[in-house]
Design a protein around this ligand. Structure first.
Ligand code: B12
Length: 413
């Protein structure tokens, strides 16, 4: 095998944590599909879905005998798990080339190499074309001989950063994710009735056109790109007809940027006459208000849940975070969603160094006034590489170095 992409064992936290909740690793499948279609012998190992623990991993890697192993870094708090996985890989066979990709490695390559001796190469930004070129060189020469845009690697004790590669401008040219790399039936949402069956995470965009200072894709995934509505519907067709998926969890950073695209996707679902359940994960309150005429159609198409990034009630916080929306928008949005019989989860960020005990209680009161189905409070976290991190560390406020604590449940500043 040329490349084994591993989602290492990890304890999921957050909503559904401890309930056996895990989610399909979309980035790894997207990458594997592209490589597979271009002649690479590749597989994905989702340890969580397959019940593979740390103690089973060496045997699993031995058995598959890969030339290269790749891990992701989308969520900073799980990067230590990726490091541990690569250390095990090197113990199994030091000749295996190890590759890291995803947001955290892209934003902090030097720091990532410093933290993990077992990491050989980092693929920055979109993975598809860079990894293909990289694997071809490794296959042909056993090493990196010519410059490959988008990679960082070690050479004789120094770290070399090749120039950036242009982001893929048209997502429609990429193949649709081949879910056969994953045990799709293992993915269940613990918060819905079991007879809803399996669920899929559907990612239809990269990046986001907004500038929230705490957000890592805001720096690491520029510019914002969206698949066409037609392509999104083709992606849903595959899931519906080939994998019997009836629950679609749209997990874009901002799903509702373009109302025409949103409406076309809803119309497409309605035309198919499906009985499906849809959650819209990343939804902006201001855009939801702009598109409120679409709420009846959303409900009809099967939208049962809309997640809103409310973040804060304080004008100073929202301004600081460059969130570009208001607490009043959130109040109106939650009320409207409820009026249409759709559940809402509202996300709030607390623990800014400026917050007093009274502020936190005020935020709680505000959340109660909003009265979403579920209110989720996380601790505002300066993710390394973001503007917020730069601001906070310049003021000497970041006090935690252990990335596993950057899980939005532990204070790190
Ligand atoms: C989908 C998604 C999820 C899914 C997870 C799906 C999964 N298992 O992967 C769900 C909805 C479950 C989820 C949950 C959470 N998420 Co989330 N999620 C995303 C989202 C929107 C898209 C990621 C994605 O799949 N993109 C599409 C693929 C194609 O892109 P990609 O992953 O970047 O992969 C490409 C490249 O990076 C590269 N690549 C990636 N990996 C590798 C590996 C190798 C070897 C190589 C060569 C290349 C490579 O190639 C790929 C193809 O080009 C991102 C935001 C974003 N835009 O990235 C947030 C994001 C990753 N999530 C985030 C967070 C915080 C969370 C939560 C912790 C939120 C919470 N408070 O509960 C939870 C975790 C829950 C849990 N129980 O653990 C943050 C992470 C911040 C950070 N740096 O830590 C992000 C960045 C959102 C944000 N704005 O801050 N999330």
């Amino acid at each position: 095998m040329d490349l084994l992409l591993v989602d290492p064992p990890r304890v999921y936290w957050g909503f559904g944590g401890g309930l056996g909740f895990f989610s399909p690793p979309v980035g790894l499948v997207t990458l594997a599909t592209f490589l597979d279609q271009n002649g690479v012998n590749v597989d994905v190992l989702d340890c969580n879905a397959l019940g593979i623990g740390w103690e089973d991993l060496p045997a699993e890697i031995n058995r598959r005998d890969p030339r290269c192993v790749g891990v992701s870094s989308s969520m900073t708090c799980y990067v230590p798990n990726s490091f541990r996985c690569l250390e095990i890989v090197k113990q199994v066979n030091p000749k295996i080339t190890t590759i890291g990709g995803g947001l955290q490695f892209s934003l902090a390559p030097e720091e990532s190499f410093r933290r993990c001796d077992a990491l050989d190469i980092i693929v920055r930004g979109d993975g598809e074309f860079t990894t293909l070129e990289l694997l071809k060189q490794i296959q042909q020469h056993g090493d990196i001989l010519e410059e490959i845009e988008g990679i960082s690697y070690r050479r004789d004790g120094t770290i070399i950063h090749a120039p950036d590669r242009e982001p893929i401008s048209d997502l429609d040219v990429l193949p649709l994710p081949a879910w056969r790399f994953l045990p799709m039936d293992a993915y269940r949402l613990p918060v819905v009735p079991p007879d809803w069956g399996n669920y899929a995470i559907v990612v239809t965009t990269r990046g986001c056109p907004y500038n929230c200072t705490f957000c890592s894709p805001r720096v690491g995934q520029r510019p914002y790109r969206a698949m066409s509505a037609e392509r999104v519907l083709e992606m849903l067709d595959v899931l519906y007809y080939e994998y019997s998926t009836r629950v679609f969890w749209f997990s874009d950073l901002s799903f509702n940027v373009n109302s025409t695209r949103t409406e076309k996707i809803l119309d497409g679902i309605l035309e198919r006459g499906w009985k499906v359940r849809i959650a819209l994960d990343g939804t902006r309150t201001d855009l939801l208000l702009r598109d409120q005429h679409l709420l009846p159609k959303m409900k009809k198409a099967g939208v049962f849940l809309i997640c809103l990034g409310v973040e804060s009630y304080f004008v100073s916080d929202l301004k600081d975070y460059k969130k570009e929306t208001t607490g009043e928008n959130a109040e109106k949005a939650v009320a409207l969603i409820k009026k249409h019989g759709i559940h809402t989860w509202s996300f709030f960020m607390t623990g800014h160094y400026r917050h007093t005990e009274a502020d936190i209680l005020n935020l709680l009161e505000y959340a109660q006034r909003l009265d979403p189905t579920i209110a989720i409070f996380t601790i505002v976290t300066p993710i390394p590489g973001t503007h917020f991190h730069n601001e906070m560390s310049a003021q000497g406020l970041v006090i935690e170095d252990d990335w596993s604590r950057y899980d939005m449940a532990h204070p790190v500043m």
